[in-house]
Design a protein around this ligand. Structure first.
Ligand SMILES: Nc1ncnc2c1ncn2[C@@H]1O[C@H](COP(=O)(O)OP(=O)(O)OP(=O)(O)O)[C@@H](O)[C@H]1O
Ligand SMILES: [Mg+2]
Length: 354
């Protein structure tokens, strides 16, 4: 449904030319979620903007449903673009328009009748589960709700392809997951394809069918999510995945151990301390070690442990946790719920695991 062939795009700057995208080719199949992942500056946004000609490639071809978009006249391109929706990190809603008017906008441009528009807006709001917000202004919505409106607006003209540039980056982890689930539902129910950019492997892993890893303007590796995780080939891919490895046990633990799982993060001198046996003796607690690791950073060691307490008495656990806090241990209760995987990875970055 989409094929990019040997796309190149440079920018002229006073400091010289920047080759943002170098000879990139890939295909996206119908009903597929294709992820672009890579570090900042890798060329992801430039590449995705080349798909709908927001950025004109210097060379190369973009076939969308068999038509080369690079050859279209401006009016032809405008017509084709209605089949390509786009969502952004910062939602890009019209602040002075209500939810209804934001979603109506692309339909008005198409010259649809009032009745048609009203019907379609109602349908879209139902799809993104925001029917009660039809008269609200963007400033009255949460980030997740704003992105739902943006998705409804992007879907208004019934596109066959949706482009998402960091569509969940501005959202908290639990809200991100709801938006990712909505995108999955969009693909499954509306049979469209999505190309989505993220810099988080965790996001890509959760939703994408295939992932392309970008570095320095090029796709350095492309594979199904499963193969990419089983056998990453490029060091950059290995690095992007490895930063997840230590979180994986935690996210699985949440499902097995229903209560009282804590992630303890500690640094420096505490790493060497027999922290757990000390805690166990001091408070007469049975502590189960579930997982743990020590990360050697440039000039520091950071450790983490996942533990659970067999003790039922909340007061006793609270006392033990207070003691740990006094020892500069970072404590995070691990909730066995949906948003847990991302919470775990966020915890890790708060503690500074990598
Ligand atoms: N309009 C522009 N003018 C000049 N240089 C640009 C322009 N847009 C992008 N670049 C440069 O092209 C390169 C790729 O940028 P791009 O925004 O595509 O990266 P990205 O992978 O999306 O990064 P991020 O994850 O930070 O969004 C960068 O070096 C950037 O500075
Ligand atoms: Mg970008």
């Amino acid at each position: 449904m989409l094929e990019l062939r040997e796309i190149n795009k440079s920018f002229q700057t006073p400091e010289g030319d920047i080759e943002a995208v170098k000879n990139v080719s890939f295909r996206v199949e119908p009903g597929e979620i294709y992820g672009l992942i890579g570090l900042s500056g890798a060329g992801k946004s430039t590449l995705i903007r080349c798909i709908n000609m927001l950025e004109r490639p210097d060379s190369g071809k973009v076939f969308f449903e068999g038509v080369d978009l690079t050859l279209l006249s401006p009016p032809e391109l405008r017509a084709k673009r209605q089949q390509i929706g786009m969502i952004f990190q910062h939602f890009n809603l019209f602040a002075q328009k209500t939810v209804r008017d934001n979603i109506s906008y692309p339909l008005e441009l198409q010259g649809k009748s009032k009745a048609e528009i009203a019907h379609r807006v109602e349908e879209l709001l139902g799809f993104v589960e925001l029917s009660d917000k039809v008269k609200a202004y963007p400033s009255e919505l949460s980030g997740g709700q704003k992105q739902r409106v943006a998705i409804a607006r992007a879907l208004a003209t019934s596109p066959k392809l949706l482009l998402s540039d960091e569509g969940t980056s501005a959202l908290d982890p639990a809200t991100s997951i709801l938006i990712l689930d909505l995108l999955r539902k969009t693909v499954d129910e509306l049979k469209i394809s999505i190309v989505m950019i993220t810099h988080q492997m965790e996001v890509a892993r959760r939703i994408c069918d295939r992932i392309a890893v970008m570095e320095d303007g090029q796709i350095i590796e492309e594979n199904t999510v499963r193969e990419l995780f089983l056998e990453p080939k490029h060091p950059r891919t290995v690095a992007l995945i490895r930063s997840l490895d230590e979180e994986r046990p935690l996210s699985q633990l949440g499902a097995f151990v229903k209560a009282n799982v804590y992630r303890l993060g500690f640094s420096g001198s505490e790493v060497a301390r027999p922290l757990i046996s000390e805690l166990s003796r001091k408070f007469e607690l049975d502590i189960n070690l579930l997982a743990g690791d020590i990360n050697i950073l440039q000039d520091e060691q950071l450790g983490w442990l996942a533990v659970s307490f067999s003790e039922e008495d909340p007061a006793k656990i609270a006392e033990a946790l207070a003691y740990l806090r006094s020892m500069n241990v970072h404590i995070k209760k691990i909730e066995a719920e949906d948003g847990e995987e991302l919470l775990a990875s966020q915890t890790n970055s708060i503690v500074g695991g990598r």
